[in-house]
Design a protein around this ligand. Structure first.
Ligand code: ADP
Ligand code: MG
Length: 641
């Protein structure tokens, strides 16, 4: 019995020794090892800290997550020598100061809610340890309920001391000699100007997303950005862009699913086509997102010129469950969970903002100004002006279509006017080419405050209103009006057609014949009536009425060519890019041309149709229809101010 027990014990011990030896051997032989925290941090830094601006971005995010209402950023040597961020946020107690520089330590993610609901800018818990592993890093912090703060110093990932320190409530992070231990990385930094530009962009983006927070930036001791906390996006926007005009303002729009959108986009005639200058902020986070950009472009369809990209800022808020922010280590990218809904919402919001913009242009152009009591000064300095009989006799309704008007009457009105400037129009001695052309149609009838002066270069309607000179491109205006009408009719399958008295037979190339078979339905919807006549021949029986002046065979061939050649582009309002292009070509062919001398009646008719149209400010290719010069600007040309 004893022997048996001893034997068993020996057997167990032998087995134990064996397994210990095996483990030991595996450790020595195995090629896979767990990385030290230091190395892991440096690897994370490779992704998170690309340049000084990334440091600023991460530190700003932390300050904002800590509820700071003021964040001051200082940089030296374009950020590589020093980045210092001071905030007045909630601060940290000593334990937290020690923890925050540990890898994967965060106060922003709870086990129970996990990654589903992230409401903070940070959540990965790796920014501070990553930055600290590639710099000389000092963090000083104090929460509101403690008298003394804590200071921790880390040099290239190694803790160099923690002690008590006096400081204001909040947190100061100093990052010196960035990439001092990774010289390769340092070499990749661009010029000081580029690095500073990136830093400024980071601050501007966060400032747009956090309007009520004050942000400042000092570069080598000089303040270069000073953005006081504001109560509205509009004020913040003006602080940053310093330009009040030329913006399409997207007022806050929302939907039932809790999405909200607001922003500013540069109007197309002022937009640049230089790359990607659309800032996209989703739930306060600046991101790069092709889907959002695409939705903005689609919303702006017919408002951007060819090759032009949207410029401005879009602030989108969605319920947090709708976005996955855990896509990119630097959190530049996100993924939408129901991207089609988001796309639709953005495009519709932008279109509706465009509609409001049209209303504003319309009211600027066609609304009678409020009669204001002249100020005392104005009364004293006013030159006696004869009353304008037309304006007083028939005010706002004057612009209605029923208004009868003859050139003769207009000219006689002009002559009746005793204003000294008016006489120039009849002075033969001033008849330069342009003047001579304007003169015969010179009219002075006020149309809801808009006076048509005449037609310039047989292309522009010259108008005057409330101290503004307004030029209207007759072709672009008419083209847009017809285009919108065609789009509506196309969607309702109601494009007016004109039957040909003598049907025309057309011989199509094999490619176009194939197109004809493929897109026959579109061709019908566009107002053609065609019949196959064997092989590649077709008989045209009707053509779209608007372009019935064009030779029918050419019209059909051109249309098929367009359907065949247009690729890419955005489907807008349910119309494919190739049909859009066809409709705009049709509108272009049917519209009044440059060189068409218009009768005064026709000018009034055109303006009146503009007034009734939903969209008229830009032609279908995005070219502007209206150009305004304010009196002051004109006075400056002549050095009168
Ligand atoms: P994350 O922001 O992803 O949580 P960080 O490494 O950036 O990771 O920061 C770690 C933690 O340190 C944060 O979760 C936060 O609790 C704390 N912290 C960092 N910066 C600040 C700050 N400026 N004010 C208050 N707490 C901060
Ligand atoms: Mg963070």
């Amino acid at each position: 019995m004893r022997l048996k027990v001893t034997y068993c014990i020996l057997q167990i011990s032998a087995r134990y020794v064996c397994s210990v030896l095996k483990i030991f051997a595996r450790v020595i032989v195995s090629k896979i090892r767990l990385l030290s925290d230091h190395l892991a941090n440096q690897i994370a830094a490779g992704e998170v800290v690309e340049r000084p601006a990334s440091v600023v971005k991460e530190l700003l995010e932390n300050s904002l997550d800590a509820g700071a209402t003021r964040v001051d950023v200082q940089v030296e040597g374009s950020g590589a020598r020093l980045v210092r961020v001071v905030d007045n946020g909630e601060g940290m107690a000593e334990d937290d100061v020690l923890l925050c520089i540990e890898r994967h330590a965060t106060s922003k993610l709870g086990e129970e809610r996990g990654l589903e609901v992230i409401e903070t800018l940070g959540f990965r818990g790796e920014a501070l340890p990553s930055i600290a592993s590639v710099s000389r890093f000092i963090l000083v912090s104090r929460p509101a309920d403690q008298e003394a703060g804590t200071r921790a110093e880390i040099r290239y990932g190694k803790l160099h001391g923690v002690h008590e320190a006096g400081c204001a409530q909040g947190t100061i992070v100093e990052v010196r000699n960035l990439f001092g231990n990774v010289p390769v990385r340092k070499k990749f930094l661009k010029s000081a100007r580029t690095e500073l530009h990136h830093i400024e962009e980071v601050i501007r983006n966060q400032a747009l997303a956090h309007v009520s927070t004050t942000f400042t930036l000092q570069v080598d001791g000089r303040t270069t950005l000073d953005l006081p906390g504001r109560s509205s996006l509009q004020e913040r926007f003006y602080d940053i862009f310093r330009c009040h005009d030329h913006w399409l303002h997207i007022d806050m729009q929302d939907n039932d699913e809790g999405m909200q959108l607001q922003g500013y986009l540069l109007q197309p005639d002022t937009s640049s086509n230089k790359g990607n200058r659309l800032r996209i902020l989703v739930n306060g986070r600046p991101v790069k997102d092709q889907m959002v950009r695409h939705a903005v472009v689609e919303g702006l369809q017919g408002f951007l010129m060819k090759g032009q990209g949207p410029v401005g800022v879009i602030l989108l808020r969605t319920p947090t469950q709708l976005v996955d922010v855990n896509v990119h280590p630097a959190k530049h990218e996100i993924r939408f969970r129901r991207s089609n809904d988001v796309h639709r919402f953005i495009a519709a919001a932008i279109r509706s903002a465009l509609g409001e913009y049209q209303d504003k242009v319309r009211s600027d152009l066609f609304t009678l100004p409020k009669q204001e009591e002249p100020s005392q000064l104005e009364k004293n300095t006013q030159v006696e002006k004869p009353a304008r009989p037309k304006q007083e006799a028939a005010p706002a309704s004057l612009f209605g279509r029923k208004q009868t008007f003859t050139a003769k009457q207009a000219v006689s009105n002009k002559l009746q006017s005793a204003e000294p400037e008016a006489s120039f129009a009849t002075e033969k001695t001033f008849s330069t080419e342009a003047m001579a052309r304007i003169e015969p149609v010179a009219i002075d009838v006020d149309l809801a405050g808009l006076t048509i002066i005449g037609q310039l270069f047989d292309l522009y309607l010259l108008c005057e209103k409330e101290g503004k000179l307004i030029l209207i491109d007759q072709h672009a205006a008419h083209e847009r009006i017809l285009y919108e009408e065609l789009c509506r009719n196309y969607l309702e399958r109601n494009i007016p057609r004109q039957s040909l008295m003598f049907p025309v037979t057309v011989e199509l190339s094999p490619e176009l014949a194939e197109m004809m078979e493929k897109r026959g339905e579109d061709i019908e919807k566009l107002g053609f009536q065609v019949q196959h006549f064997g092989e590649t021949s077709w008989v045209i029986k009707s053509v779209p009425a608007l372009v019935s002046h064009v030779e029918p065979a050419d019209l059909l061939v051109d249309s098929l060519e367009i359907l065949k050649s247009v690729k890419g582009g955005e489907v807008a309002k349910g119309i494919t890019p190739s049909v859009q292009s066809l409709l705009s070509t049709m509108a272009c062919k049917a519209a009044v041309k440059s060189g068409n001398r218009l009768e005064p009646r026709e000018m009034i008719e055109l303006l009146s149709t503009m007034q009734d149209s939903d969209f008229f400010s830009h032609c279908p290719h995005g070219r502007p229809v209206i150009k305004t010069f304010v009196k002051r600007e004109i006075e400056q040309w002549f050095r009168r101010t």
